[in-house]
Design a protein around this ligand. Structure first.
Ligand code: ADP
Ligand code: MG
Length: 548
């Protein structure tokens, strides 16, 4: 049913510019209806392998044949990590695959009920995942993977790894019962040798990274199996021991394997150890060709750079439209004509003076607003009492259109620069504050718990967890704030300034100097665009862990 041939998986590490081989030249076949377990040390590529089989990850080299399986219907999967949607109830989580298929609510409920009962979640169908224990969550994930009867391949990545032994044995037994009825093909990953031998028809043993299959064991125990009763069989103990020998990194294991097996009532296992030399000669890849396969193609880089210049394309189209007469040149002068005016303004120095005036107002006002907003957002996010007292004040002030207070600021601060700084500061403050606060409040509690448990002081909690975890929210706030700051500064300079790009646009309007008006618009947009690029750059530098 499944035929994996010379499968390789390598990852490219962008930062260190190296290739990490996770799976090295793995080949195996799985028959329909077989229950196959894969065991191997942590980090040997088990999850990677199963993710490739699930179609969630692309193999670097090699082929996977899935026989007559419907390629549009991905196999059901139970993930290693917590994978329930926090926004759905347990019952809705379990029924999720059916919902995607358009199955009606009544049928979904009917199909969900027995699965919830089977996984001992009957009383929790309306609970949300955060109300469940870790084991209960994992049981719900198993139920979700079982709900689609039509799916004939079930992939399980250490599904019971986080469960207590008692629950685990119960679920193993249940899984065997369901499997014997459904005859689904199961690929089950586990680090527990006993679990593998209790469940599987066949156990594939993987070596440490880069993962290779070092043994293929036909498990001889008759079915139906009693998971618990199996454990007192001497043959079970013997085989467990043998598998542990196979997992040993050294070759001493081979000798111990050859030792005579004590007589038991059970038939002996058939263990096939693929010869290393053969495995590495067929389908072998050297380091260089592997690196070539996983390195991001040059095309990506070129596209990325080209993307920075895509606004130029708009200008070219505009130029063509004006020249062909499709656009009225009095209102939409050609970019080349605008450029001429631009050049005049550059050489006369007016453009520079205006740009610098605007940039200085935005930069100073932005710093005045964003820095306290960051500090306050982080502080209120972490401390509930001040949050409860102060947050309503900010929430009430937030809807006030900031530009509306400008006349008041003119009155208070005069027409000088200070009134401009303050209006930008106010605008930046609210956007940065609320986004920072939200960023902190959305930090997964587990990270705060880890820090507290490790003995973090308040300051350390702030520095090592709250700050990095809130960064995505902070950058959203900074981006919104800089964009809005340019909108506001233009408006403010229209009415209350004798310099700056906003003033230049306004006075161009008064003299019907349309080209000058455009130069002003383009200049203020360009400065805004550059400031966003700057924030992007800072973001990439401060958050190297975020996947691009
Ligand atoms: P496990 O057998 O414990 O499930 P995994 O398949 O998760 O192991 O990982 C195998 C190896 O591949 C590990 O060394 C891991 O560091 C590496 N790896 C997995 N996913 C990625 C990734 N997205 N980028 C880089 N390396 C990865
Ligand atoms: Mg894993």
């Amino acid at each position: 049913m499944i035929e994996v041939e010379h499968l390789w998986k390598a990852f490219y590490d962008e930062r260190r510019r190296t290739t990490v081989v996770a799976i090295e030249n793995v080949s195996f076949e799985i028959e329909r209806g077989q229950f196959v377990c894969i065991v191997g040390p942590s980090g040997c590529g088990k999850s990677t392998l199963i993710r490739i089989l699930a179609g969630l990850e692309q193999a670097t080299a090699g082929s996977i044949e899935t026989g007559d399986r419907d390629p549009r219907r991905p196999p059901a999967m139970v993930f290693q990590e917590a994978s329930l949607f926090p926004w759905l109830t347990v019952a809705d989580n379990v029924a999720y695959p059916l919902r995607l298929q358009g199955v009606g609510k009544a049928v979904r409920e009917e199909r969900t009920k027995p699965l919830l009962a089977m996984t001992n979640l009957g009383g929790f169908s309306h609970a949300y995942p955060h109300q469940l224990s870790g084991g209960m969550k994992q049981r719900a994930s198993v139920a979700r993977a079982l709900i689609d009867d039509a799916s004939d391949l079930l992939l399980m990545d250490e599904p019971f790894g986080a469960l207590d032994e008692q629950t685990r044995i119960g679920l193993q037994q249940e899984l065997l019962r369901i499997w014997e009825q459904s005859k689904k093909t199961v690929i089950f990953i586990t680090h527990s040798v006993e679990e593998a031998l209790s469940l599987a028809d066949r156990v594939l043993v993987m070596s440490a990274r880069p993962g290779q299959i070092v043994a293929d064991i036909a498990v001889p125990f008759p079915r139906p199996r009693e998971v618990l009763a199996l454990r007192r069989e001497p043959a079970f103990g013997e085989l467990t021991f043998k598998v542990w020998q196979l997992l040993k990194p050294d070759d001493a294991a081979a000798e111990e394997l050859a030792a005579p097996v004590p007589a038991t009532a059970m038939p002996p296992a058939r263990i096939t150890v693929p010869p290393r030399s053969e495995a590495s000669s067929a389908g072998a890849l050297d380091k260089a060709s592997l690196a070539a396969l996983v390195k991001p193609p040059a095309r990506d880089r070129i596209l990325q750079i080209a993307g920075m210049f895509s606004p130029l394309l708009v200008l070219l189209v505009w130029e063509a439209l004006t020249r062909s007469g499709a656009l009225d040149f009095r209102f939409f002068p050609a970019p080349s004509a605008i450029f001429e005016t631009f050049w005049e303004l550059v050489t006369s120095g007016t453009l520079l003076t205006d740009t610098l005036a605007t940039v200085a107002r935005v930069a100073i006002g932005f710093a005045m607003g964003a820095i306290p907003a960051l500090a306050l957002g982080l502080a209120l996010g972490l401390w509930r009492l001040p949050r409860q007292i102060l947050n309503p004040i900010f929430s009430a002030l937030y809807p006030v259109p900031k530009i509306a207070i400008f006349p008041l600021l003119l009155l208070l601060l005069g027409v000088g620069e200070m009134s401009k700084y303050v209006i930008i500061a106010v605008v930046a403050f609210f956007l940065v504050f609320f986004n920072t606060l939200t960023g902190v409040l959305q930090i997964p509690k587990i990270y705060l718990d880890v820090a507290k448990n490790a003995g973090a002081s308040e300051l350390q909690l702030f520095r090592t967890v709250a700050w990095p975890a809130a960064l995505p929210g902070i950058f959203t706030g900074l981006r919104l704030a800089i964009g809005t700051a340019f909108v506001v500064i233009a408006a403010v300079e229209f009415v209350g300034a004798k310099s700056g790009l906003g003033y230049a646009i306004w006075s161009a309007w008064q003299t019907f100097a349309v080209e000058k008006m455009y130069v002003g618009i383009v200049a203020i947009s360009a400065v805004g665009y550059l400031s966003i690029l700057l924030i992007d750059l800072v973001e990439r530098l401060t958050m190297p862990w975020v996947r691009q």
